[in-house]
Design a protein around this ligand. Sequence first.
Ligand code: HEC
Ligand code: HEC
Length: 165
Amino acid sequence: MMQIAAGGYADQGTLCGSLGACASIINLVTMDKDKTHTKLAADLINWYGQQSFPSTKFDAIATYKKQTQTTPNSPLCHVSVSGWMMETGTTYPDKQRKDRCAKVAAEVAYHTVEILNAYADGSYKPIVAKLSESTESCLTCHGESAHDNAKGQMDCLTCHDDHTK
Ligand code: HEC
Ligand code: HEC
């Protein structure tokens, strides 16, 4: 069911496929009227943007160890992997790139299990689910409490200029 998530869904570079797959699992096991599944998945997605990927946690079983790390600042496959390829001078078909994305997928799955275990124990607390200051500021006008005309919680400044400055 999730093979299609590779390359940000059908190679389109949209949502990082590991986030899509893990969000589906979260939905499967935690959905309720309080939207627990939405809160847990939002936390996972916000956490993702702030990580230095790939982690070294899986180096023992990886071909390439201690790879250069980049912080995606975005849940999008396109932003995450393109930034890393540019930084490391690699291309999409390279084995190094495959290793990097395998480690990203492993780290996202690992963290999803941590989130779900904590939730099952009743000890879950959102880890990062905090937006950047600039995004918070954009949403004071464009978000739900005001105009509500810009959907999403991604970091606005990765794509837009700040027209209030
Ligand atoms: C003080 C309220 C306010 C804040 C804060 C604000 N906006 Fe806006 N934004 C508006 C309004 C009102 C418009 C419509 C302006 C118009 O009539 O063209 C607008 C228009 C836009 C547009 C479409 C027109 C354009 O300029 O391209 C974009 C994109 C946008 N805002 C992004 C952002 C981003 C990104 C941030 C945060 C960095 C942000 N806005 C912060 C009020 C705000
Ligand atoms: C991944 C890139 C990306 C991110 C992140 C992003 N936007 Fe956009 N946004 C776009 C694109 C592309 C458009 C459509 C192109 C356009 O009309 O400027 C758009 C359109 C808009 C528009 C309508 C502009 C118009 O003139 O039609 C607003 C308002 C806006 N975004 C606000 C935001 C806010 C606020 C955030 C942060 C919560 C945000 N965007 C995050 C890429 C992004």
